[in-house]
Design a protein around this ligand. Structure first.
Ligand code: ADP
Length: 544
C-alpha cells in the first residue's frame, strides 16, 4: 500500500502536532519531494528540513522550464546557529513565527533505542509535542525503522511507508524505461521480453523506489542496454543492499534433494498458484508448509531447491539475531523484519522452527520478561494477517521435533500442509548416493550403488553424503581422484557414525513417526501411494 497522504493531511489538520513516518526511504529525496508537493504546498506550510549532517535547511522544489520537478533546493536558514544540534532545533521551532512544517530525519537516534539516547532530548520532544499542538506549526519525523518508545504513545501519530508493492514497481518500471529511452536518445538499446520484464519487476522487490531507479540507470549506463539480463544485474546489487538490512538471500544449492517425490510435486503445484493467471481465477495464494523430520534428511535442501526453481528470494528468519538487549528491541526487530519482507514476493524460510521458538515454552515462566512470548505473538499475528492481506510470501518452516513446538504451530489450518521427511528407504538411499557420487565424479554401476544402499540402513541423507566425501577424499589423497570401489564404500559404511542407531535418537524418531502417522503427509512416495491420495484422502496420514 502506498503512503497514505490524505491521512497525513487529515492528521495535521486535526491538531496532531507531530507525526512520524517510518519509511525505508526516509532519507531519500523522493519522500521529501512527495511531502513538499502533496502536503506542504497544498496546506501552504513553509517547509524546513533537518538532518544530522545538514542541520536546518529551508527547502523548496526546483522545476525545469516546462514546470517538471527536477529536485529539491535546500538552503541554510540565515542566522541559524546552535550549540546543541537537537535541543537547538527544538528551540528554533518554538520561536518560529511561520506557518511551518518541519521535516526532521533520524532524530530517533537521540531517543530511547537510538544510538545516542539522551534523556533531555526525550523530555524536550515530549514537551514540544504538547506545545506545538495549539500552534500553527507541524512536525513530521522521518526515519527508517522508526519505532518510537512508549513515552510518545498518544502524542505522536505513527504512519508506515512500506516498500513499493509489485503493482507499484510495475508502473514505476514502465515510467523509468520510457524516461531512459527518451533521455538516452537511442544510445541505450532496449531488448526486453515479457519474461525479462517480469524478472526485472521481481528483482526490484525489497528495495526502495529510488534504489531501484538508481540500479536501473546504472545497468543502462554500464551495459548500454536494457535486456533480459538486466534483472540478474539488479538482483546481484540488491542482495548486497538487502544483506545490509539483515535479509539473507540463499544461494541455489549444488544438488537437488532426491527421494522426496510427494513434497516435490506438491511444491511444484503451489508454485503455479503465484502466477497472475491463477490469481485471475481467484485461486488462493499459497500460505506455507511445515516440513518435519529428523536432522540431515534434506529439509533445508528442499527449501533451497524450491527457492531456486521458483526464482524467488528467500528471507531467512533468525530469531537469535533479532534478540536485542534493549527493552522492546527484539520485538521491534521482529516487527521490522516482517514489515521489510511483506511488500515482496518471496519465501520466508524458518529453519529449525522448534529450536527458534523453543524459548517460548521456557520463557513462559518469565525467563526473559516475556520478550519471546511477544515476538511469538507478533509472528502469529503476522501469519494471520498475511492470509487476510494476501501477502505473497510463502512460509517454509522446518522442524526436527514437534514436542518442542508451541501448539499454535501445529493446529489445523496453520499451514497448507505438514510434511514428514523420514529416514530415506533403500531406493531413496540409492538415489541420494547417486547424486553425491556424481558430484564427486565417482562412477559406480547401478548394482554397486544398490548394494551400498542395502548396507546403509538407518543412514540419513547427510550421513550418506559424508560417506561419499570420506571415500572421495581418501581416493584423492591416494592419488586416484574419483576412483572409489564398492568395497571401500561398504567398509566405510560399517564404521561410520549413524545417529539413528543411538537409543535416545531412536526414541525421538519413534515419537516423531507416531505424530507423523496422525498428522502429516509423507514427503516420500511409497510404492502404492501418490500425492493425490496423500493429500486428498479423508485420513491424511503418513504411512511408513
Ligand atoms: P535437514 O535440513 O533435514 O537437517 P539438510 O537439508 O541440511 O538436512 O541436509 C544436509 C545435507 O545432506 C544436504 O546439504 C545434502 O547434501 C545431504 N542430503 C540430505 N538429504 C538429502 C536428499 N534427500 N537428497 C540429497 N542430498 C541430501
Amino acid at each position: 500500500m502506498p503512503l497514505d497522504i490524505s491521512l497525513i493531511r487529515n492528521r495535521l489538520d486535526a491538531a496532531s502536532g507531530v507525526l512520524a513516518i517510518n519509511s525505508p526511504n526516509a532519507v531519500e529525496d523522493e519522500l521529501v519531494t512527495k511531502l513538499l508537493l502533496e502536503v506542504a504546498q497544498p496546506l501552504e506550510y513553509k517547509p524546513y528540513y533537518w538532518n544530522l549532517s545538514k542541520s536546518l535547511r529551508e527547502v523548496s522544489l526546483t522545476r525545469d522550464k516546462s514546470g517538471k520537478i527536477t529536485g529539491i533546493k535546500k538552503t541554510p536558514v540565515p542566522d541559524y546557529t546552535t550549540d546543541n544540534p537537537v535541543t537547538g532545533l527544538f528551540q528554533f521551532i518554538r520561536d518560529c513565527k511561520d506557518h511551518a512544517l518541519f521535516l526532521i530525519a533520524n532524530v530517533q537516534e537521540f531517543l530511547p533505542g537510538g544510538m545516542q539516547p539522551n534523556v533531555f532530548v526525550l523530555q524536550d520532544l515530549i514537551d514540544l509535542c504538547r506545545e506545538i499542538k495549539r500552534s500553527d506549526k507541524r512536525i513530521i519525523l522521518l526515519g527508517d525503522r522508526l519505532r518510537l518508545s512508549h513515552h510518545f504513545d498518544g502524542a505522536i501519530f505513527e504512519i508506515d511507508n512500506p516498500l513499493p508493492t509489485e503493482a507499484e514497481r510495475e508502473s514505476n518500471l514502465e515510467f523509468r524505461l520510457a524516461d531512459i529511452k527518451a533521455q538516452s536518445k537511442g544510445k541505450v538499446k532496449f531488448n526486453l521480453s515479457n519474461q525479462g520484464r517480469q524478472n526485472l519487476i521481481r528483482a526490484m522487490g525489497g528495495i526502495t523506489k529510488e534504489e531501484a531507479d538508481d540500479l536501473l540507470l546504472e545497468a543502462a549506463i554500464t551495459d548500454k542496454a536494457i535486456t533480459d539480463g538486466t534483472g540478474e544485474f539488479i538482483k546481484l546489487r540488491r542482495s548486497a543492499k538487502l544483506r545490509k538490512r539483515g535479509v539473507d538471500i540463499l544461494e541455489p544449492p549444488p544438488v537437488k534433494a532426491v527421494g522426496l517425490e510427494n513434497l516435490d510435486r506438491w511444491l511444484e503445484r503451489k508454485a503455479k498458484m503465484f502466477s497472475p493467471r491463477a490469481q485471475e481465477y481467484g485461486l488462493d495464494l499459497p500460505n506455507g508448509c511445515l516440513i518435519v523430520g529428523p536432522p540431515g534428511t534434506g529439509k533445508t535442501l528442499t527449501v533451497k531447491n524450491m527457492a531456486a526453481t521458483w526464482e524467488m528470494p528467500v528471507f531467512v528468519m533468525n530469531i537469535g539475531r533479532m534478540m536485542d538487549r534493549h527493552v522492546g528491541g527484539s520485538e521491534e526487530n521482529m516487527d521490522r523484519f516482517l514489515k521489510e519482507i511483506e511488500s515482496q514476493t518471496g519465501i520466508l524460510f524458518i529453519d529449525e522452527l522448534d529450536k527458534q521458538f523453543a524459548a517460548i515454552a521456557v520463557n513462559a515462566l518469565g525467563g526473559d520478561g516475556g520478550t519471546s512470548q511477544r515476538m511469538f505473538g507478533t509472528f502469529l499475528q503476522w501469519l494471520n494477517d498475511k492470509r487476510e492481506k494476501r501477502i505473497p510470501i510463502f512460509v517454509a518452516a522446518t522442524a526436527n521435533r514437534v514436542d518442542h513446538l508451541p501448539s499454535e504451530f501445529l493446529r489445523d489450518g496453520r499451514w497448507d500442509a505438514k510434511f514428514y521427511v523420514g529416514l530415506p528407504r533403500q531406493k531413496a538411499r540409492a538415489e541420494i548416493l547417486s547424486v553425491h557420487l556424481e558430484r564427486r565424479k565417482i562412477e559406480l554401476s547401478k548394482d554397486a550403488i544398490a548394494r551400498i544402499a542395502v548396507a546403509t540402513d538407518g543412514f540419513n541423507g547427510a550421513e550418506l553424503e559424508q560417506l561419499v566425501i570420506t571415500c572421495a577424499e581418501a581416493a584423492f589423497i591416494a592419488d586416484r581422484p574419483g576412483q572409489v570401489s564398492l568395497d571401500e564404500l561398504i567398509e566405510a559404511a560399517m564404521v561410520a557414525p549413524v545417529q539413528s542407531r543411538n537409543p535416545d535418537e531412536q526414541e525421538k524418531l519413534r515419537q516423531l513417526e507416531d505424530w507423523a502417522r496422525q498428522s502429516a503427509i509423507p514427503a516420500s512416495l511409497e510404492a502404492d501411494e501418490t500425492i493425490e491420495t496423500a493429500e486428498y484422502s479423508s485420513d491424511r496420514r503418513a504411512r511408513f
